[in-house]
Design a binder for this molecule. Structure first.
Ligand code: CAO
Length: 418
């Protein structure tokens, strides 16, 4: 598909993906595989396509940013897989591809007549990869969206402030997080297939993926049995890992503090970490030299019960500076800190443009838009971000590759199968 890379080889060149994904979790996975060079054939329902094409539209009758930003570098074929002619094409596609990726509601592919057993009959080398909301158990039949997974995977109960309700995060850890896991499962299965010659099933559950990312919170759950979590800012802990506000998940105390302009700018904040190794330097910067040798402050243990007061004192200093001035003051001293960057600032950041992490893409009906490029950079497998396909843009091209003749294609179209 690529011109700009002058035919540079990529890691997954030659791998064919039958992409039966929709919404976010599955498409993030197949988009990554496409960026690594796989030929991703997205199968969509005739006339409708992936529902996200029409969701959260900013322009009338144009594929939404939701869709375009999750489906780069793919080809689109429309296929009614519940019609007889559509099933015949799907069978041909199963034989033609290396991997089938899907994130339908549980049982949908079986109901279509394509169970794992049937797929193995059609192509024993096929890797059949799925995202589901839950693994086997009481919830396995449920339909699941991002925030349901964040709640069921332990993230919501451990996010937010101790005196507030559970919170979901803006990071799509349930959808995009699970898509990342699925991509790893697929390339691992491809690697194993080189030795065994056999395909296999790859299943990632969104609940499992979120819980995996909440590993440190299950760690804290077990620490609770031996006493309160001293690094948490909470007055009481209860019997389950509590919400810890902006406290660090590791052993280094940290917090988000206000910077100059916070009264009007919702992102005039910085995250600061008072690591033991830089405690003395931090005291000097904020004008609290006396804390360096004071036994009440000199050791991490002595500081733990006073963290709120310490961060309030740091904030008196940070409020006199912009977040970038705080960075300029602390970075040369090796004091870990991070500005709270808005989406506007990230979109405009030149270094992210330079690395291809933020990319401008041109689209025939919507024009230019920004997207997040491949977050994984490989020295011998360059990524070029290409626009998402229009609905059914490659239907005829793919059917010809599968060996269908013009008359068969016309008949399938008249039948509504494509
Ligand atoms: N031709 C014919 N039928 C098609 C088709 C095609 N090309 N593509 C899809 N369909 C059919 C499916 O077979 C299914 O039919 P049945 O219900 O008769 O089996 C129907 O379309 C609906 O598919 P679906 O069940 O996947 O979609 P939904 O809107 O009902 O549910 C979702 C959406 C996301 C909740 C569900 O797919 C799901 O739980 N997926 C797994 C978890 C997941 O990935 N969630 C992430 C969502 S992003 O936040």
């Amino acid at each position: 598909m690529s011109d700009a890379l002058n035919g540079a080889a990529r890691a997954l060149d030659g791998v064919r993906i039958l992409d039966f994904t929709h919404v976010q979790s599955g498409p993030t996975c197949t988009q990554l595989l496409a960026w690594f060079g796989a030929d991703v054939i997205k199968v969509e329902r005739p006339g409708a396509g992936d529902p996200t094409r029409g969701q959260l539209r900013d322009l009338p009758d144009v594929d939404s940013l939701y869709f375009t930003m999750l489906n780069h570098n793919k080809r689109s074929i429309t296929l009614n897989t519940k019609s007889e002619k559509g099933k015949a094409v799907l069978e041909r596609l199963v034989g033609h591809c290396d991997v089938l990726v899907e994130n339908f509601a549980p049982g949908a592919l079986d109901r279509m007549g394509f169970s794992w057993e049937r797929i193995q009959e059609l192509n024993p080398r096929m890797i059949y990869a799925s995202v589901k909301g839950f693994g086997p158990g009481p919830y396995e039949d449920l339909k699941v969206y991002e925030n349901v997974a964040q709640c069921a995977g332990g993230s919501a109960s451990t996010t937010g402030f101790a005196d507030g309700p559970p919170m979901v995060t803006g990071s799509q850890i349930g959808d995009s997080g699970t898509g990342l896991n699925l991509a790893l499962g697929i390339v691992t299965a491809l690697y194993q297939r080189d030795r065994t010659g056999r395909g296999q099933r790859v299943l990632t559950a969104m609940q499992d993926s979120v819980l995996n990312l909440c590993r440190v919170k299950l760690r804290d759950q077990q620490r609770l049995a031996h006493g309160p979590l001293a690094e948490y800012p909470n007055d009481t802990s209860g019997d389950a890992t509590p919400r810890a506000g902006n406290a660090s998940g590791g052993g280094q105390p940290g917090w988000i503090v206000k910077c100059k302009g916070w009264e009007t700018d919702p992102n005039a904040y910085v995250y600061v970490i008072t690591q033991a190794a830089i405690w003395g330097k931090f005291c000097k910067v904020i004008g609290k030299d006396e804390w360096i040798d004071d036994p009440e402050y000199a050791t991490p243990k002595a500081r733990l019960p006073k963290l709120e007061h310490i961060f309030d004192t740091i904030e008196v200093w940070t409020k006199t500076k912009t977040k970038f001035e705080v960075m300029d003051a602390l970075n040369p001293l090796g004091i870990p800190c991070g500005p709270i960057l808005s989406m506007k600032e990230l979109a405009e950041e030149p270094s992210l443009r330079a690395t291809g992490t933020v990319v401008e893409v041109d689209h025939p009906t919507r024009g230019k838009y920004l997207t997040v490029g491949n977050p994984i950079k490989m020295s011998d497998s360059p990524t070029e971000v290409l626009r998402s396909p229009l609905l059914g843009e490659h239907t005829d091209e793919i059917l010809h590759e599968l060996g269908f003749g013009d008359n068969e294609i016309t008949a399938a179209r008249e039948d509504g199968a494509i």
